[in-house]
Design a protein around this ligand. Structure first.
Ligand code: EPU
Length: 432
């Protein structure tokens, strides 16, 4: 088992470079299955979710060539199978994008449902299925496998109103609709930066998608996509996580390779808390010298405050003067990590989707366990700011989504190490 050992209390200083966006990469890799040719994808983050997804597309017949650490070629011209039911599929939530990609390209797909539920709640796919069905597919879920097929091998464009703003359903419908017959309209679509990135990727390969980034996306089906080059956007949440780390520890860090506009929702909250943030063309300078002030946060779909930053901001608010209220507006149960923060001296009371956080002067080091990716990042931030030694277990979650987290933090002056100890056999694996 690998764990992180942190001796906290050091302010972060220096420069950190943000990697490509995880949630864009995990949509764009399956999207490459729609392309009849070679896609060169740059700025791929080196994280385990990407490795798993590349294994998955290889298993169904795509050729993946690693050009360098952050660039790959995917050639899907010889993919013929519509079956992705092997066990690896259950390890990663984004494997459900294979349904949209295979259904869109071949008119049928048998895909294993991703297992687990990392926030302790149900993660339904009813809106995805609503989209596939509206486009003429018959969809059945049996023995953990989603089986979708169309009578004549090609889906048909349709107008789909999403009952909830869902990133996954928006992506899956875009993938299905790209090669469909006719025009698809997604109403109440998600507007996250990675939705726009997926649309830009598909358009650069010959798709006709308009409106991504607004809540109405219009897709005119095309017969074929050709190969091309694409570079993935920087990771908004990785950048936000370093911003939160600086807020918690104090210090001054230049965060490079970001799109400051994507960070506005995070920056504006942090400014309210007394963190100084200066925006430049493709970087932000984050500085915290004075005390942290309380605030209230409610997570919402983009451009609201991101749910994937909720554990990190809650950790920072543990150190703010006064009482803050954090309301989770996207997921039913995303406060599992709070028990671990309380072991470090955090004063938090959770009731349903709301956490009331009473600021303390300092957190204290403890042995804690990550329950999911962002919870893990939050515990690392807590450890960096705490007095004494913190051990964070369950780091496989963190490594699903943060490239070289330990190395990047060390370069900012953190005292953090990744150590491997004999496994107690209790490690759990869940899908993000
Ligand atoms: N929902 C439904 N029905 C559906 C789909 C979603 O009711 O068919 C509900 C969910 O239960 C949830 C809300 O809609 O309450 C939003 O879910 P969404 O579909 O947007 O989430 P997702 O696509 O499964 C992605 C990210 C998550 C991120 C959410 C929200 C990926 C691979 N995952 O999940 O990222 O929290 O959007 O922004 O893109 C992470 O990176 O740590 C992570 C969990």
């Amino acid at each position: 088992m690998t764990k992180y050992v942190i001796n906290g209390g050091r302010p972060l200083t220096g420069t950190v470079t943000i990697s490509g966006a995880k949630n864009a990469a995990v949509a764009i890799i399956p999207a490459a299955l729609l392309v009849d040719g070679v896609c060169r994808i740059e700025n791929i983050p080196e994280i385990s979710d990407v490795t798993m997804l590349l294994n998955i597309v290889e298993q169904i017949g795509a050729e993946v060539r690693v050009v360098n650490r952050h660039t790959i070629d995917i050639d899907s011209s010889r993919v013929q199978t519509t079956d992705a039911t092997f066990s690896l599929m259950r390890r990663i939530r984004a494997s459900y994008y294979l349904i949209g990609a295979l259904l869109g390209r071949f008119g049928r797909a048998n895909v294993a449902m991703p297992g687990g539920c990392n926030f302790g709640g149900v993660r339904p796919i009813d809106q995805h299925i609503k989209g596939f069905t509206a486009m003429g597919a018959t969809v059945n879920v049996q023995n953990g496998i989603v089986m979708a097929h169309t009578p004549n091998g090609r889906v048909k464009g349709a107008t789909i109103y999403l009952d909830v703003v869902s990133v996954g359903a928006t992506v899956n419908i875009m993938l299905t609709a790209t090669l469909a017959e006719g025009r698809t309209v997604i109403e109440n679509a998600a507007r996250e930066p990675h939705i726009v990135d997926l649309a830009n990727f598909l358009n650069s390969m010959g798709a006709d998608i308009r409106g991504a980034g607004t809540n109405v996306i219009k897709i005119r089906g095309v017969k074929k996509l050709r190969g091309g080059f694409y570079s993935i956007i920087p990771d908004q949440i990785e950048a936000g996580t370093y911003m939160a780390a600086v807020a918690a520890t104090g210090g001054e860090v230049l965060i490079r390779n970001v799109i400051p506009k994507h960070l506005d929702c995070i920056s504006s909250k942090m400014r309210e808390m007394g963190v100084e943030i200066e925006d430049y063309a493709d970087s932000v300078l984050v500085r915290r010298t004075g005390p942290l002030m309380r605030t209230n946060v409610k997570t919402m779909p983009y451009p609201g405050f991101p749910t994937d930053m909720q554990p990190q901001i809650s950790t920072v608010l543990c150190l703010a003067e006064g009482t803050s209220v954090v309301t989770e507006g996207v997921w039913d149960n995303r406060f599992k990590y709070v028990d671990e923060l309380m072991r470090m001296g955090g004063r938090i009371h959770v009731s349903g989707r709301t956490a009331v956080i009473e600021g303390v002067e300092r957190l204290t080091g403890a042995c804690v366990k990550a329950t999911d990716l962002r919870a893990g990042a939050a515990l690392v931030i807590a450890g960096l700011s705490a007095v004494g030694r913190t051990e964070v277990e369950g780091v496989h979650y963190i490594e699903r989504g943060y490239e070289n987290f330990v190395g990047k933090l060390k370069a900012l002056g953190a005292d953090i190490d990744s150590i491997t100890v004999p496994d107690d056999g209790m490690a759990e694996r869940e899908a993000v």
